[in-house]
Every structure is written in C-alpha cells, then in structure tokens.
Design a binder for this molecule. Sequence first.
Ligand SMILES: Cc1cc2nc3c(=O)[nH]c(=O)nc-3n(C[C@H](O)[C@H](O)[C@H](O)COP(=O)(O)OP(=O)(O)OC[C@H]3O[C@@H](n4cnc5c(N)ncnc54)[C@H](O)[C@@H]3O)c2cc1C
Length: 520
Amino acid sequence: MTKNLKLAPSRRDFIKFVVAGSIASGCPVDRALLPVPSSPPAANVEGEHFAICHQVRENHTFTKPDAARKVDIAIIGGGMAGLSAAYFLRGKDWLLLEKEDHFGGNAYQEEFAGQAYSTAAAYDFRGSDSDQLAKEIGLDLLPINMPDPTIDNGVYTPDTWRSGISQLPYSKETVASFKKFAEDMLKLDPRKDILELDSKPFTHITSAFAPEVTKWWDAYGPSNWGALTKDTTAYIGVSDAQYLIKGEDSTRVILPGGLGCISHKLVEVMRPKYGERMLGGATVVSVVPDAHEVRITYMHEDRLTTVAARLVLMCAPKFIASRLVAGLPDDQKQAMQRMRYAPVPMINMIFDKQIYRKGYDNWCPGNSFTDFIVADWTIRNQPGYHPKYEILTFYSTLRESQRYLLLEESSCKEFAAKVLTDFQKLLPEFHVDPIEIHLYRRGHAMMMAVPGQYTKNRMIASRPMDRIFFGNSDSGGPESLTTEAVRISQAAAEWANLTLSGKSAAAADVAHKALTKVSF
Ligand SMILES: Cc1cc2nc3c(=O)[nH]c(=O)nc-3n(C[C@H](O)[C@H](O)[C@H](O)COP(=O)(O)OP(=O)(O)OC[C@H]3O[C@@H](n4cnc5c(N)ncnc54)[C@H](O)[C@@H]3O)c2cc1C
C-alpha cells in the first residue's frame, strides 16, 4: 500500500513523501506493545491485512473450512527463511503462504526509476550461507571494500575503529578511552565466555569508558540488533567490537537493493516453475496440528481456506507463531512471547544529483537516525554506470515505546522530516533537499539481541513440534541475520525430508544441531 503525502509549507513542499509498508508486516500488530499514554491515536494503518491480523491478536475464533487441498509441506511466511526453504525443497510438494502481496519480508528491495534500494537488510558476508545461495541462483554480490566512517561533531572520520580511532572528533581523554576500549575488547574471549557474557548487558562493559563510547554503540546496536547498549547482550557487543577492530568487516558484500536482491532473484528463479505454489496476500490465521496432519487456515482474497499438510515450516517470526499455533507447550509459548522486536521506519532519500560518495555505511551517533548507506556503492565505479539519482538509505530503529509512531502517516512524515533535518546538519555538503523521501514502516522488524535470548530463550522458543519446524532468522542469531534465516531453512528442508521418509530420530538430530550451532 502506497500513499503520497504533502509536507508542511516550506521549501520542503517540493519534496514528495511516499509511505509504504503495512505496520502489520509484523502481523499481528500488538497494541499491548504500544504504550500510548491514555487514548491511542485512531489506527490509520495502511496495512492491507491489518484488520485480519488484529483479529488474530484478539484471539478471534475463525470459522475453519474443511481442507480444500492437501500438501506434504506448508511453508508459512515468504521472507528469506520461507523463500529459501521453498528453494531447498524444490521438486517437493509444498505450498508457500505469504501475508503481503510481495515476498521478501525484511529483505525486500524496491526501485526508483530503475535504481534498486533496500527497505531493510543491508549487506552480507563473503562465503556466508546466504552469499552461497545467492551464487547458486546466479547473483554475484560485490565487495564493499571500505571500513565504516563515523560522522560526528561536524567531522567525517574514516575507518572508525582502526586507523581513524586517533582522529575521532573528541577530547584527548575521550580518544584515549576509545583506544583503551578497543584494546580491552581484544583481550576478551566471547566464544569461551559466551554464557557469562550473554547473561549481562553490554553497558556492564562500556560504562567503564567515556560516555561517547556508549553513544557510538547506541547507534550501532539499534541498527544491527535492535537494542541500545543497556539492552544489548554483552556477548554480541564484545563479538561485534572484535569484528570491527580486527577488520573482519572487510568480507562484506552486497548489490543495490541490499539483501532484497537475493529474495528478488529467488522469486524470479522459482516463479516460472513453482508460481502456483507461491501464494502472496495469504494471511495464515490458525495452525492446528493433530496426530496425522496439520490444518492451516488462511485468508486469501477475502475468503478463508484450509489446507492440510503433513508438515509445517513456520517461517514467520515467533511472536506471530505463538498466536497461530495451537497446542504449544506453555514454556515454549512464553519463550516466544518473551522475544522482543524493534520497530523500524526505513527511510530512503532520493536526490537528483550526487551528494556523497565517501563511505558505504556511515555512523552518525546522537541523531534521529543511526547510520546511512549509499545504495549503489558496490557498482558506483563500474564502467558506463551513470546513475541519474543518488539514493541514500537511512536506518533509524525506534524504541519499543515509540512503535505507535508508525501507526499514523502524519507521524511517519514528521519523523522522516526530522531525519532529513538531522542529516542536513551533519556536514555542509548535506544541505541539499531530496526530490523524494520513501518511508517503509516495519512494526516488528528486528529481533532484539537482549541478554539470555541467544543462549537460553531461543532454545525453548525454537524447539520443533512433531509436525512443525520453527524457522525464521529468530531461530538463529545472535542477531537477526539473513544468512541465519537461510542456514536454519537448509536444516528445515533436511528435517522435512527426513521426517517425511519416517526417519524422525535423524530429523530431530538435524534440528538440534541447527539450533545449537554457534554462528558468531
Ligand atoms: C532495518 C534492518 C536492517 C537489517 N540489516 C541486515 C543486514 O545488513 N544483514 C543481514 O544479514 N540481515 C539484516 N537484517 C535482518 C534480516 O533482514 C532478517 O534477518 C531476514 O530478512 C529475516 O528473514 P525471515 O524470513 O527470517 O523473516 P521475515 O523477513 O520477518 O519474514 C517473515 C515473513 O512472514 C510473513 N508473515 C508474517 N505473518 C504471517 C502470516 N500470519 N501469514 C503469512 N505470512 C506471514 C511476513 O509478511 C514476512 O514476509 C536487517 C533487518 C532490519 C529490519
């Protein structure tokens, strides 16, 4: 759903605003998670399937028609997890049900005048499971070849955590504190101390350093794993600090469109042969297992339909799974509902001239947005490439208490205007207006990497049932990663094949190994 909006009168009158995405992409919208003071604003939600998702949350009992179709495997959710599971199971009897009219979930690319940009997931790593899948379907993700700069106090600092650390625009004492932080992080062994580190917040470590260190991670953390330093598990904080300080970010790869380029290509590759099995605009409202099959009821074109499947791969996030699946053990349901998800208004600004080519992912601590990315970075120097527009993608994870801002278009527009104001204040060359601002709202975009989620809560939340495998990137971690969605789906496909051939012990082993593998 797309709407064009006008800004308040100013020179910004000439900027066109486009608000897209249903807040219900985190269907069902959980109003219990919207701490709006007294009376919440009237829901002016543009989600195509908001009404139906809301009913799911309210535990509405839907009339479940008799099964109209039987399949071996139903795959619920057509993000990277569901799409890749379908790809790994090609040739088998599956049906993929996706709530939105398009596939891709949080890895979804859009285009402006033929130029692709990301509406969430940014980049991958050479050799990761998703990079290997991309190769297999004919995509060559290109190297980013540049460490991340920081822009703060009106100064651009290249290579923040290595050569740039001495040039950070802070006092001598603060720069020394950044250096000490880097030295101290390298002395830790997160793999060995995973349980201890995953039991405490990252501030437990960062609070010993200058406040600017925490301020920097308060930008990096929300953008990468949805949480401020105080809510972040020290395990991921230390692991990511080491990754940046050691220069392991040099393996990053991507194409314009972010990781949406992979979901886009997967759809292109599968649709000609399996189009009939890939159903968009199909919102699952209940999943009821019994001894012989699982009955999945979904709303499609205003009609409820039931399909009976021998197995289900639940590739929607856990807060949704917890509401759809009947018969979940109490501890598992509670673990699913304990998982926290950050709201994200994804903002793309389209300029009709080139304004910035000095860094791919640029960290801007202390602003309404955390970082911005140059959409066509990896192809910018290709011979013959002369883009008409420059597209910058702004990441701006909200606090959970701000989720309600996404409900109304007017507050989305105000937020985007604030991001533009903050951006233009950063450096003089940014004082240029875009011709269009696109905002894609994602109500529950990213699983938050809070203490205990990776080593404890996830293990309970993601346990398979007899006939249901719980996929989605939130079965992996330690942060929400596309490669984890793909890795878990590879295991899900293997689990399904083994279960269908009666090898339940081997299937259980595959599921157990997939969950217990430490990926970071
Ligand atoms: C702002 C942001 C930046 C990110 N950056 C990166 C990055 O740089 N690198 C990286 O690797 N990862 C990144 N990620 C994470 C990455 O996007 C996710 O890990 C990945 O896309 C998750 O895929 P998924 O299929 O597991 O889940 P999702 O993308 O959540 O897909 C779930 C799907 O299920 C559908 N669904 C929900 N309810 C129902 C229902 N009732 N019936 C039918 N369908 C339903 C949804 O519509 C959705 O399409 C980022 C995420 C965000 C939000």
